[in-house]
Design a protein around this ligand. Sequence first.
Ligand code: IVH
Length: 671
Amino acid sequence: MPDTNPNLNAQLEVEELCALLNEHNYRYYVLDAPLISDAEYDHLFQRLKSLEVEYPHLKALDSPTQRVGAAPSSDFSQIKHRIPMLSLDNAFSEEELGDFYSRIVSRAGEPVVKFVGEPKLDGIAVSLSYKNGVLEYGATRGDGQTGEDITTNVKTVRSIPLRLKGDDVPAEVEVRGEIFMPLKAFDAINVEADKTGSKRFVNPRNAAAGSLRQLDSRVTAQRGLVMNAYALGYVSDLEVKTHYEAMLQLKEWGFLVNTNIALLEGLDDVLSYRERLAKLREHLDYEIDGIVFKVDSLGLQQKLGFVSRAPRWAIAYKFPAQEASTVLRSVDFQVGRTGAVTPVARLEPVFVGGVTVSNATLHNMDEIRRLGVRIGDKVVIQRAGDVIPKISRIVIEQRPKETYEILLPKSCPVCESDIETDGSIARCTGSLVCSAQVKESIKHFVSRKALDIDGFGDKLVEQLVDKELLERASDIFRLKRSDLLLLERMGEKSADNLLGAIESAKNVPLHRLIYALGIREVGETTAKTLALSLGSILELFDIAESELLALDDVGPIVAAHVLAFTGNAENFSLIEEMLAQGLNVEIPVQDNNQAKSLSGRTFVITGTLPTMGRDEMKHLLEGAGAKVSGSISKNTSYLVAGEKAGSKLAKAQSLGVQILDEVAALALISA
Ligand code: IVH
């Protein structure tokens, strides 16, 4: 007899569809071997979705409908890892790798040790927690002890199982791995950004990080992210003796495990794996910045233990910066917001480190002299991690017969005003007559840390200035719908959205407005200091040199730039005009709460931090009452240093400034 209870039928159907869709998802995204067409998948998916709408209580924790994301959440909450997420020590040469190997062999007391070699994926570390096989939450690494809850976002990553495959899964397990953006997805996102005139991502890692930290998980779902599992955290019950076995287990549970992982025996194997991966690197469709070598035996891992936050049993070998040689075809001079004229090298396109490079920065004329470079020269391009490619040297032996000197133009390439040089910097004197400076200053005015006008991308600014619809920043508030509709790729809906964004940007905190004005040497920190000492934006124009110098963080140079700005009547009229257009400047309330733990202390942040951007660290420090400055002086209390810290680290060391890593800084903040 057929079952007449519609609820029961629905429940069975929902369960069946869930299992079926998860299996097809796995076949498609993990095994790369789909059994059904996209259309068939969509059909099943829509059926499940409509059942879930009809019977909301039947929506399961592992329902594939969550893969498309959900409406924005307001914040990420914190999650404590059951087992801390560690970092790795680095080796930068074959020699350091050899030292690592010898240390292990001597501590192990065994002549030959087995290792697993794995690509070091350049993405974001995550920890996934499964309870009775079902994904319960996903978290970022955070400070290693506590991370952010990114469960909704993680569920949109198709290679992450929402339910572990197999019957005999542990009651509780934490799975660690890297979420990254394949190069294809990265290129596609930047092509899209170019189309809409929004900001490009500099590299796949930033793109992955930005996508994962979206409050709107529907955006994350569109970003083509992938996860590779590379370790276990806490496990309630599991019999594995080696890391390699753990990787096989993860694969069985339905995770993507990197296919280039290898079991290695002895130093020779380790070194030849390094050779092999270095060659393979440029053919991979994702970025790696090194190799992780891990002792295979879990017993030996335990015996070796940890030093501070890094295990003794593993090391990250980092590839040297990637280089390629090409020809310098020409040099263009670009004009920035403050008029700085910067030489940019135009190169014969060359493939280096997974991307095609056709431009490189030359910084300034001093750099050109230092390199001794001439147009036509054979040059070596260096691309390290996420930095802009640069010319590292010339190949003088291969200098062709005809080369040309690189000359600083006498007048601005954009507006033909005179160029003056101050130190190594050449500057166009055109200011508001120079459309390049106008464009750059308006781009700055609408940028994220300034007025943050959504949808006001670079291309849009350029079109508006070229069409003379914008001559200065205040004109933004005069833009009409009919002006916008004249532009390329601007439909009625986008025009209305943009006008809405401009309208909401009219309520602006004073410090953001000051920052937005783009006064030379006035960054976010100085803008905040100024804002705290002012009762209105107009007071900025009355401030005297002595008052400026009395402020923290303001020296004679900054003071001179502020006075040069306020002394210019054009700038006063700019502000008056904005106020007339309805700009509403929010004045900060002085925070007299002295209880904040880090008030009175000054921090500088440098290098790449392991788990967060420098902005995020800055935000946390300021939240704890600290001041964050851009340069090291004897007044600096602490330097927070990440990887590739460079000259600031050296300066801090020479001045005896205390140096913190990310974990130590976070500990201070929460102390
Ligand atoms: S293992 C105790 N394996 O590298 C071992 N890490 O400093 C913990 N990473 O941010 C990490 N690929 O996200 C491991 N195959 C791999 C990795 C890997 C990339 C990242 C990881 C962490 C950093 C370690």
